[in-house]
Design a protein around this ligand. Sequence first.
Ligand SMILES: NC(=O)c1ccc[n+]([C@@H]2O[C@H](COP(=O)([O-])OP(=O)(O)OC[C@H]3O[C@@H](n4cnc5c(N)ncnc54)[C@H](O)[C@@H]3O)[C@@H](O)[C@H]2O)c1
Length: 434
Amino acid sequence: MNAPSPTVSAHASGLSYVSPAPDSPWSTYLSQIDRVLPYLGSLARWAETLRRPKRSLIVDVPIEMDDGTVRHFEGYRVQHNLSRGPGKGGVRYHPDVTLEEVMALSAWMTIKNAAVNLPFGGAKGGIRVDPKKLSLKELEKLTRRYTSEIGIVIGPQQDIPAPDMNTNAQIMAWMMDTYSANAGATVTGVVTGKPVHLGGSLGRVKATGRGVFVTGREAARRIGLELNGARVAIQGFGNVGSAAAELFAGAGAKIVAVQDHTGTMANPNGLEMGALIGSARLHGGVGEFRGGERIDDEAFWETDCDILVPAALEGQVTAKRARRLKAKMLLEGANGPTLPEADDVLAERGVLVVPDVICNAGGVTVSYFEWVQDFSSFFWTEDEINLRLDKIMVDALKKIWDTADRHRVTLRTATFAVACERILTARQERGLYP
Ligand SMILES: NC(=O)c1ccc[n+]([C@@H]2O[C@H](COP(=O)([O-])OP(=O)(O)OC[C@H]3O[C@@H](n4cnc5c(N)ncnc54)[C@H](O)[C@@H]3O)[C@@H](O)[C@H]2O)c1
């Protein structure tokens, strides 16, 4: 591959679409691949396969708006790697979504699915749109047309979308219905994260937060940190952050700071979770909560705490913030929250990072359970789901921890080593066609 230009984006320079723009999620992913190469032995011969998405589909999504005008939206579905099974990964609706971002997110899904040993490859999709500016009818039309356009590459055996940022169970229901209408049969297994009475799984909504808690609990045990009384700070109080917060509080930890887009609330004695969740639901964020003190957003990164959970956006933990963190452990609930330079700072400072590609894998694990349940039309209890999720996460982290000890590397590089070995072994065993 050509060396990536440090300053020029692929589009502006005429470089290949796989050449990364500086500081983009795709460049972060490529640098993570560079770091794992020395641990792949002879499999490194196949590593180029990880630097190129297998298939990238760009679609035009035209819809008639409520006022009679016609608007066109840009949509993507990227299947990064299918060596271990069908593609699996969410669909994001956001005005800033780009092909390059979707490529990175699909690549992280390849790594994540292999790290927890699910029989899936990695995929991701997105539409450049601000869904808050659409009516419900327009959102439904957009979703149905997008599903129809990507219908040539998705399917229960090909690629199974799921919710991501700004998409939810209702959007998955429309996707399932559109795909089924075109197929002439109800195909519940084409998407996961559906409503429970349409073939969705119990436990899916809180699964990512539960996985963050389980990996945090196991990592804490290994470093001798007692969860009962531990101080936890969380950025993001949405699906992932609030579910993780509830479980940590249930284990006796104190949630000493929570930040979302409405502000940062802190209480060194612990924020009361039931009341905080109620307030956040009522006011659309934590900013109005009366059971804590409002602090400056930047001060969040200096909170006196044992565990810090970024569970909101990409690129939040910069090198500058990493130097000021007081936590012993960082649990990456969000995808790509830590920049590569910050990773180095945290490693030097002895802060343990449980990386996104294992820490937030609870969601896709229960998505896998949903897909299995849809195929067999036999549904499990929530207790069964939570127990199986716990076991998969504990086993995966153990293997990663052993690999980190053996190679004396960070958990991130160890997770990539475990995952890439599985992906490239599959690639090698399948062989190249023709
Ligand atoms: N939901 C899942 O199953 C799942 C699975 C794997 C990874 N993730 C990742 O976890 C992260 C959060 O996802 P989610 O499903 O909880 O989303 P969500 O939309 O439910 O919640 C996002 C949270 O981030 C907060 N936020 C937004 N902008 C912010 C800002 N500038 N500063 C501080 N907080 C801000 C929002 O207020 C909200 O509380 C994303 O990176 C997502 O890709 C989610």
